[in-house]
Write a protein that binds this ligand. Structure first.
Ligand code: ADP
Ligand code: MG
Length: 408
C-alpha cells in the first residue's frame, strides 16, 4: 500500500535549506511553505461566484530563496531534473514553458504589483503529489510567494496575504496560461490545518470552519490518473456555465435558481448549470452537517455531489467512481471525487478503525480492474498531535541579498 507521508515541517524546511546550499553554494535567506489542499465539497463553483470548502493538507511545498545582485533568475525543483535560468525581463505572460512558469510567474506578478524584486535563486521541494488534483501548482506558487514576501521584509498581514493570493493567481492564469478560479491559491495562503476554509467567491469572504472529525480520518486517494487543466475539458465547462448564466439573464450562476435552470432548453447546458446550483447549496449544507457531526448527512451530500459531477457535469472517470464506491462499501461514512475532475483524487471520511480496510479495499479493486496502483494520504488524522502540523512560514533572518559581489 502506498501512503504519502507529509513529513515534519521543521525537517523539510531544513532539508530545503541544505539542498539550496548544495545547489547554489550558499544558504538561502528565506524559506516559505504553503500546503496542498483537498476540497471537501464545492467543485467548479469558484468561477461561478459560488462557495467552496477546501481543507489545507499537512502535505506542503517548501521554497528557499536568496536575492541576487543581478537580474538573473534560477529555479530548481527537487521534483524536476533541470534548473531553469532566465532574466527578470524574460518572464512574462506565456513566456516560460513548463513547471518553472509557476514559480517565475510569481516573481513577475509581484513585480507587476510594484514590488522591487531583484534576480533570485530559488529551490523548491514538495510533499504534495503533482497533478493529483491536490493543488501542487498553488502550493508551489504560494510557497514561492511567501518566501519572496519574507525576502522583501513584508509581514504576512491580511492585506499582504490577499496580495500574495492575487499574484499567485496571475502567475497561473497569465504566465502559465492555466485557468484557475482562485480557490487553490486562497486556501494555500489562508488555510489552517485541521480546519476547512469556507470561501464565498461572490463576496470574497472567508471563514475558518472547525473540522472536528472526532474518531474519523479524512482520507484522500490519488487515483494516479493525471488530469490536465489546460486541456479543453475545464474550459468547455466554464463556457457552458457562462452560456447558462447568459440564457438565464444573471451575471453568474450564483444568482440562478433551480426552477429556472430546469427550464433551460439545451440539455447539456441545463445539466452543467444544475450541477453548479445544487453544488453551491450542498456546500452550505455540508458546513451545517459538519458542525453537527451528522455523518449521515455528510454521506448523503457527498453522494449527491459525486453523482452530480459524474452525470450532470461529466467530469468523473472509472478510477474515481471505483475509489468512491469501494470506499463506501468498505466503511467510509462519506466519499466523493474531489478537484477539477478528469482524474485526480477522491476524498472520504472514514472511521479511524476502518481506514486500513478502506485503503486495502481500494487497492484491491484497482488491481482487479487493471488500474494503476493508487496512493493514499491522510488529510486529517485527528489523533496526530498538532506539533506535526503546519507552521505558516520560516524565516532565516535578515532579508539581505546573499552572494552580493560573489562571482556567480
Ligand atoms: P495540481 O495543482 O492538482 O497538482 P496542476 O496541473 O494544476 O495539478 O499542477 C501540476 C503542475 O505544477 C506540475 O505538472 C508541475 O508543472 C507544477 N509543479 C507543481 N509542484 C511542483 C514542484 N514541486 N516542482 C516542480 N513543478 C511543480
Ligand atoms: Mg493546480
Amino acid at each position: 500500500m502506498s501512503l504519502v507521508e507529509p513529513g515534519e515541517p521543521a525537517a523539510l524546511a531544513s532539508g530545503v535549506r541544505t539542498a539550496f546550499a548544495d545547489r547554489y553554494g550558499e544558504p538561502p535567506v528565506s524559506v516559505g511553505r504553503a500546503p496542498g489542499r483537498v476540497n471537501l465539497i464545492g467543485e467548479h463553483t469558484d468561477y461561478n461566484a459560488g462557495l467552496v470548502l477546501p481543507v489545507a493538507l499537512p502535505h506542503a511545498t517548501y521554497a528557499a530563496v536568496c536575492a541576487r545582485a543581478d537580474e538573473l533568475v534560477r529555479i530548481t525543483s527537487v521534483q524536476q531534473d533541470e534548473t531553469w535560468e532566465g532574466t527578470l525581463a524574460e518572464i512574462g505572460p506565456r513566456s516560460v514553458d513548463g513547471w518553472a512558469g509557476y514559480a517565475a510567474g510569481v516573481i513577475w506578478a509581484l513585480r507587476q504589483a510594484g514590488h522591487d524584486l531583484p534576480g533570485v535563486d530559488l529551490l523548491v521541494d514538495s510533499r504534495v503529489p503533482l497533478g493529483a488534483g491536490l493543488s501542487s501548482s498553488a502550493a508551489l506558487e504560494c510557497s514561492v510567494a511567501v518566501a519572496l514576501a519574507d525576502l522583501l521584509g513584508l509581514d504576512l498581514t491580511d492585506d499582504v496575504r490577499r496580495e500574495l493570493i492575487e499574484a499567485c493567481i496571475r502567475a497561473e492564469t497569465e504566465v502559465v496560461g492555466a485557468p484557475t478560479g482562485g480557490m487553490d491559491q486562497t486556501v494555500a495562503v489562508l488555510g489552517e490545518a485541521g480546519r476547512a476554509l469556507l470561501i464565498d467567491f461572490a463576496s470574497q469572504e472567508t471563514r475558518q470552519v472547525p473540522l472536528d472529525l472526532a474518531d474519523h480520518t479524512l482520507l484522500v486517494t490519488d487515483t494516479r490518473v493525471s488530469h490536465e487543466l489546460t486541456d479543453g475539458g475545464y474550459g468547455a465547462r466554464r463556457a457552458d456555465c457562462d452560456t447558462a448564466a447568459h440564457a438565464l439573464g444573471v451575471p453568474t450562476l450564483r444568482e440562478a435558481d433551480l426552477a429556472s435552470v430546469d427550464q433551460l432548453n439545451e440539455d447539456r447546458v441545463r445539466r452543467r448549470a444544475r450541477h453548479v446550483v445544487t453544488e453551491i447549496q450542498r456546500v452550505t449544507d455540508t458546513v451545517t452537517a459538519l458542525e453537527q457531526r451528522d455523518w449521515d448527512a455528510v454521506g448523503t451530500l457527498f453522494d449527491a455531489s459525486h453523482l452530480s459531477m459524474r452525470d450532470d457535469f461529466e467530469i468523473s472517470c472509472p478510477e474515481l467512481d471505483a475509489a468512491v464506491s469501494v470506499a463506501v462499501q468498505a466503511g467510509a461514512v462519506a466519499a466523493r471525487m474531489t478537484g477539477g475532475g478528469f482524474g485526480g483524487s477522491s476524498v472520504s471520511v472514514v472511521p479511524d478503525e476502518r481506514v486500513e480496510a478502506v485503503m486495502r479495499a481500494i487497492d484491491a479493486a484497482f488491481a482487479l480492474e487493471g488500474f494503476r496502483p493508487p496512493a493514499h494520504l491522510h488529510a486529517v488524522r485527528p489523533k496526530v498531535p498538532t506539533s506535526s502540523q503546519l507552521e505558516p512560514r520560516y524565516s532565516a533572518g535578515p532579508s539581505t541579498p546573499c552572494g552580493v559581489g560573489s562571482s556567480r
